[in-house]
Design a protein around this ligand. Structure first.
Ligand code: IPD
Ligand code: CA
Ligand code: CA
Ligand code: CA
Length: 270
């Protein structure tokens, strides 16, 4: 993608994310809204999720009609190749937190071009007004415009903090839970924030050293992948293979220092 176009898109998406998050979600956080369920009683969606995705879809279609959209709530296009420019959108990542806690949720947008890799990634922690951004081309990743340091510091398993989901630690059809239990004993601490996008952002920020989770959709990971890449971290499927951006992935994203040890000793898919 041409650098000038990338900068134009970056400035548009930043403006739209502040509009959606700040002017529409944050100031109306105490308003009543409709809550529905999707695949199960714990899989929540609200009219705010839908309205937010619709807002982005309309903006993108108006300004960039040739771009395609992949979105969680159905306002996107049917996309089965990575050709052209694709916006991958999670209007609210952490809907359960949004509903129950009114915090700890994010808007996540990743923009990709011709399948080559991520161009622009943004994760907006709406209630804290913290925007994480990453742009292709070695420019790095930023937290509220402050450049994040590269993840070069030596990290070892015994001093690391790792974000995990409880659902993966105990579902023995999918992961060797004994090895996960061992991991929990061997590291310094675990965290579970309930928003995949924020968990990626925290890996990029270096405040957690890895995030392991069993089942993420493209919109959960699209922006985070770019941020973690830009600070020199790595994201792979939990079986070590490269990520499939249009599929469902069990994910390990982490500081490179601990990737091999995590895959060899602790993360075994059954
Ligand atoms: C969910 C959150 C959660 C993760 C789930 C996702 P949603 O996204 O990221 O942390 O464990 O797998 O589906 O539905 O709140 O956008
Ligand atoms: Ca959802
Ligand atoms: Ca999500
Ligand atoms: Ca969502």
């Amino acid at each position: 993608m041409d650098k000038t176009i990338r900068q134009q898109i970056y400035s548009d998406v930043k403006k739209w994310i502040y509009q959606a998050g700040g002017e529409q979600i944050r100031v109306q956080i105490d308003d009543k809204y409709q809550i529905d369920t999707k695949s199960s009683a714990n899989d929540l969606v609200t009219e705010v999720d839908r309205e937010t995705e619709k807002f982005f879809a309309e903006k993108i279609r108006d300004k960039y009609p040739s771009h395609r959209i992949v979105g969680e709530e159905g306002y996107g296009d049917k996309v089965d190749t990575l050709d052209g420019t694709i916006w991958i959108i999670d209007p609210i990542d952490g809907t359960m937190n949004f509903v129950h806690q009114k915090r700890n949720f994010a808007i996540s947008i990743g923009i990709y071009h011709d399948g080559i890799g991520g161009e622009i990634g943004l994760i907006y922690n709406v209630m804290e007004d913290v925007l994480y951004t990453g742009i292709r081309g070695g420019e790095g990743a930023f937290r509220n415009n402050e450049k994040l340091p590269q993840l070069t510091e030596q990290v070892s398993i015994d001093t690391s903090i790792i974000a995990l989901n409880s659902s993966m630690a105990f579902d023995n059809n999918r992961i060797n839970e004994k090895k996960v239990q061992q991991l929990i004993m061997d590291i310094r601490g675990t965290r579970s924030y309930g928003s995949a996008a924020l968990e990626f952002a925290y890996v990029a920020e270096g405040i957690v050293d890895a995030y392991v989770t069993m089942r993420l959709a493209p919109w959960d990971i699209a922006a985070g992948l770019i941020l973690v890449n830009e600070v020199g971290g790595i994201t792979v499927q939990a079986n070590g293979q490269s990520v499939d951006l249009l599929g469902t992935n069990a994910i390990l994203t982490c500081n490179k220092c601990i990737k091999e040890e995590l895959l060899e000793n602790y993360i075994e898919l059954k």
